[in-house]
Each structure stands twice: as structure tokens, then as C-alpha cells.
Write a protein that binds this ligand. Structure first.
Ligand code: SAM
Length: 190
């Protein structure tokens, strides 16, 4: 076991060596950079207009110490995920998201996106700071959608972890039929 391939989230260490990682709303790419440096096969996603700088940051900061070349892809939450990331081809060990819940109009779509990418065995790591009251509404919806565990909390910042498990795959598609969500993640936890 090598500590150099562990990712510290609160008190928990996560081994990322040879794991496939998808980052949502990567922005400047810090989480993806760290994951790449720890040996993960990373796809960093965000809106098309920020992909240029994201790609630059990722390449520049990982070029000498990476096991896998990080990928960058456009992903607008709630849009065309099935077409662009069909589940038959794309499966991620980890879905990571940092500071992507704030006062914007796509919170419902974001939750759908999180659920879409959390397939059997996927671990979701979501870190955020509470900025607005609407963030707390998202957190409540998140807790209904995922059996998440709070793994770290500091002031107004928190990190949740959730692992998709088989039981919820059986149950949640029925619950979510109206929303036409094909499968559901959800979790259990450590
Ligand atoms: C506050 S930044 C966080 C960036 C990065 N995760 C970090 O922690 O530094 C939020 C990111 O979410 C992205 N974003 C906002 N709305 C989005 C949407 N509807 N679909 C995809 N990405 C979105 C923004 O482009 C931005 O990069």
C-alpha cells in the first residue's frame, strides 16, 4: 500500500491508483490534477468555455508525473449525458465534485447528472461550502437520492461520500420513473 496513491478526504484515505475518475464542474482542475498525480485515469468535465484553460492546467501540472493522460470533456449538467456518455461504454470508479453547488439554475440537473454517473460500485465524493440557503435544499435532496456519509466537516465546508449499491439500483428506477432516470445510484456507506 502506497500513501502516495491515496487521496485524503477529511480523515479518510482513498486509493486512486488505476481508478477511473470523472470530475463534474472541474473549473481550474485542482481535484483532477491531484487525482491524476495519484495515478488515476481522469476525465475532467465542465462547460465548453472553460475547457481550454482546464486542459492547459491539467497538462501543465501533471505532465511529468502521470500514469494516465487526463482527458477533458464538455458536460452541461442534465444535457445529453446518455448520448455523450452511454453507460454501456463509460463507467467510473469515482465521481468527484467540488464547490459546484451554489446559487445557479441547474441544481436539479446537477443531481440528475450525479445519479446518472453513479453506477454499480461507483463512489461519489462531493465537497462543498454552504453559500446560500438554496444549497441546503440541494443537500436535503442529495441525501434523499444518495445514502451518503458525511466524512469531513469544517466550519461551513463539508465532504460527503456515497457508494452506489445493488439494492438501490433495484428500487430507485421505480421511484424515479416519472423523471425518466434510468438507474440510480445511491449508496451505503463505510
Ligand atoms: C465554483 S466553480 C468550482 C470549480 C472547481 N470544482 C473548484 O472547486 O475549484 C463551479 C464550476 O461549475 C461549472 N458549472 C456551472 N454550471 C454548470 C453546468 N450547468 N454544467 C456544467 N458545469 C457547470 C462552472 O463552469 C465552474 O467551473
Amino acid at each position: 500500500e502506497s500513501n502516495t496513491h491515496n487521496f485524503l478526504t477529511g480523515r479518510q484515505k482513498i486509493k486512486l491508483l488505476d481508478k477511473s475518475v470523472l470530475e463534474l464542474g472541474a473549473g481550474t482542475g485542482l481535484v483532477s490534477i491531484v487525482a491524476t498525480l495519484l495515478g488515476a485515469n481522469v476525465t475532467a468535465t465542465d462547460l465548453p468555455e472553460v475547457l481550454g484553460s482546464l486542459r492547459c492546467n491539467l497538462n501543465w501540472n501533471t505532465r511529468q508525473h502521470r500514469r494516465y493522460e487526463p482527458q477533458v470533456a464538455a458536460l452541461f449538467w442534465g444535457h445529453e449525458q446518455e448520448q455523450r456518455f452511454p453507460q454501456s461504454e463509460y463507467h467510473y470508479d469515482y465521481v468527484m465534485a467540488a464547490d459546484i453547488v451554489y446559487h445557479h439554475d441547474f441544481l436539479d440537473e446537477l443531481l440528475v447528472t450525479m445519479r446518472y454517473f453513479c453506477q454499480w460500485g461507483t463512489t461519489l465524493i462531493w465537497a462543498n461550502e454552504v453559500h446560500y440557503p438554496s444549497d441546503l435544499v440541494f443537500t436535503e435532496n442529495f441525501k434523499k437520492a444518495f445514502h451518503a456519509t458525511l466524512i469531513a466537516e469544517l466550519d461551513e465546508c463539508f465532504i460527503y461520500k456515497s457508494i452506489a449499491i445493488f439494492l438501490q439500483f433495484l428500487l430507485l428506477p421505480v421511484i424515479n420513473r416519472k423523471k425518466q432516470i434510468k438507474y440510480t445510484p445511491s449508496s451505503s456507506l463505510a
